[in-house]
Write a new protein. Structure first.
Length: 118
């Protein structure tokens, strides 16, 4: 995996863990677990995207590049949908707001990565 991808994924995991610990101290364990699950859904979806979209060498062919990116986004959507479906199906005590905040926190790292590139 590319070093930038590893940087993003590791920071996403670190942020989810940090938010989970803070939430555990301030709110309780159920909300903390929900944040960690939400962050995990985002991380797993991003790993799926990376593995699918960057698996093929596209060279300079824009159609192959577009196809690879589209396939990666499709897999990311499917993994995200499946993750939330599994959580709502199997974890009845889930705290919805912390779950979605944990998931959304993974997007904050993309903005940090963009700023890091400057």
């Amino acid at each position: 995996m590319h070093p930038h991808v590893i940087w993003i994924l590791s920071r996403q995991a670190a942020l989810a863990i940090l938010l989970g610990v803070i939430t555990w101290v301030l709110v309780g364990s159920n909300a903390a677990v929900s944040i960690l699950i939400g962050g995990s859904i985002g991380i797993i979806a991003n790993v799926g995207y990376v593995l699918r979209a960057m698996r093929v060498s596209t060279g300079d062919d824009p159609l192959r590049l577009y196809g690879a990116q589209s396939a990666g986004e499709g897999l990311k959507f499917a993994l995200t949908f499946a993750g939330f479906a599994l959580v709502f199906w199997g974890y009845k005590e889930v705290a919805a707001l912390p779950l979605f905040l944990g998931y959304a926190s993974t997007f904050a790292i993309f903005w940090v990565a963009l700023l890091k590139q400057r």
